[in-house]
Design a protein around this ligand. Structure first.
Ligand SMILES: Nc1ncnc2c1ncn2[C@@H]1O[C@H](COP(=O)(O)OP(=O)(O)OP(=O)(O)O)[C@@H](O)[C@H]1O
Ligand SMILES: C[C@@](O)(CCO)CC(=O)[O-]
Ligand SMILES: [Mg+2]
Length: 414
């Protein structure tokens, strides 16, 4: 695959079923139309290195080709094997390369990168990977999945696993990206369900269910309605990995109580899917009711946070709509589905008081839109000055809107 190469993937909003999705219950998520990660792959200045430039997390690291050689032969292992369990041999071989990055966001991003790179590209060197994202990190909007999808698509192409000339990503190629990004998510947070990377790969909205055999089933929800909602980011940091393992521990300690909670969340998602397929004034109230119940069950699982309850409390006291946390919780984001008759001035008051009194950030964004996408080298070269300038650290992420697949004049392929 000739360089440069640009890949992109969206963030996501889980409407119903976070956490229960990990335990094979159905869940619904949609891609976030305007919040995306972009990965630019270029020739490195030095042919003997592989470089990561991930400024959002302060990661600028180079590995020498000699460090990448001598990796274990993964010969017979296919993606499904890695999906079931990450290779212990590869993990052990990567450990020394990650040593200086321990205990940080950097570690997980670099681990995800190296696992995919070594598995799919061997010891190729002379390549630089630069990331720019409009997604908040660790906020519940799927930043980890979007980066894993950008990497899986780019590295799959560099390693010759995906066609370099195609004018469209085929079903099989999307499956490849879905599987390898799931493997990347496993590096970042241990036991993902796969819903986040499925949405970041396929886009639009999906009804997702993880199967017992580590396979996943995601059904596209066509004509997903634009539900009027406000996303609020508390900015309270948390880790999906820690929250997911906390829920697993609760299920082990209190199975008689916690298993039915998780099952109820699955029933909510299934009912939610029926409503969303045929949303009308008459079932909108039930949709709001499901949002309220789903949040209550997430509270019971211990994954809310006082900072999220502020949003719920304000939304409830203003009777503006129904609020639930979205993503892994523990901080991060909440979504508020607005009542159909919510007055404009009440919506404004809700947003400004969360912003001014609590320092939260609110987003009004459309849902749905393209999943993963790439721009081939000839197109990038024709627009190189523009694209390169957007990856400058001093350029605000709001400028990334000129790159939006589906809206931009650049020829994204997806
Ligand atoms: N722009 C980025 N640059 C580099 N690494 C990133 C970026 N965005 C996300 N990551 C990686 O993803 C990790 C955050 O993932 P985490 O799953 O905890 O949060 P999230 O994906 O934003 O939220 P959720 O999983 O609840 O949707 C970071 O530790 C980092 O390794
Ligand atoms: C908490 C969780 O359900 C959603 C995180 O966005 C984890 C997952 O499904 O991988
Ligand atoms: Mg994540």
């Amino acid at each position: 695959m000739p360089l440069p190469l640009l890949t992109s993937a969206p963030g996501k909003v889980i409407i119903f079923g976070e956490h229960s999705a990990v335990f094979n219950e159905p869940a619904i998520a949609a891609s976030v139309a305007s919040l995306r990660t972009y990965l630019l792959v270029t020739e490195a200045e030095n042919a003997d290195i592989v470089e990561l430039d991930f400024p959002d997390i302060g990661l600028d690291h180079k590995w020498h080709v000699s460090e990448l050689s001598g990796m274990p032969d993964l010969g017979e292992l296919g993606p499904i094997d890695h999906c079931k369990e990450l290779s212990t041999d590869l993990n052990a071989a990567l450990e020394p390369l990650l040593q200086s990055l321990h205990g940080s966001l950097k570690y997980h991003a670099a681990y995800c990168f190296l696992y995919l790179y070594v598995s799919l590209c061997g010891a190729r060197s002379g390549v630089k990977f630069s990331v720019k994202s409009s997604l908040p990190i660790g906020a519940g909007l799927g930043s980890s999945a979007s980066i894993a999808v950008c990497l899986a698509l780019a590295i799959g192409k560099l390693g010759g696993h995906l066609s370099s000339e195609a004018q469209k990503l085929t079903k099989d190629e999307l499956k490849f990206v879905d599987r390898w990004s799931f493997i990347g998510e496993k590096c970042i947070h241990g036991t993902p369900s796969g819903i986040d990377n499925a949405v970041a790969t396929y886009g639009n909205a999906v009804l997702f269910q993880r199967q017992a055999n580590a396979e996943t089933r995601s059904e596209q929800i066509s004509d997903f309605p634009q539900i009027p909602m406000i996303l609020t980011n508390t900015g309270i940091p948390r880790s999906t990995k820690v929250l997911v393992s906390g829920v697993k521990d609760l299920l082990t300690r209190q199975p008689d109580i916690a298993v039915p909670i998780v099952k109820s969340m699955g029933i909510i998602a299934s009912r939610g899917a029926q409503i969303l397929a045929d949303l009308s004034a008459s079932n909108y109230t039930e949709l709001c009711e499901l949002v309220r119940i789903n949040h209550g069950l997430l509270v019971a699982l211990g994954v809310s946070h006082p900072g999220l309850e502020v949003i719920k409390g304000l939304g409830d006291s203003m009777a503006i709509g129904a609020t639930k946390l979205t993503g892994a919780g523990g901080g991060g984001c909440a979504l508020t589905i607005l009542k159909q008759d919510a007055p404009e001035d009440a919506i404004t008051k809700f947003k400004t008081s969360l912003e001014s009194a609590h320092g939260y950030k609110t987003y009004v964004t459309g849902l749905g839109g393209p999943g993963c996408a790439f721009i081939a080298s000839d197109q990038i070269l024709q627009n190189y000055e523009l694209i390169e300038s957007l990856f400058d650290n001093n350029v605000a992420v709001s400028n990334l809107s000129v790159l939006l697949p589906g809206k931009s004049s650049l020829q994204w392929i997806y």
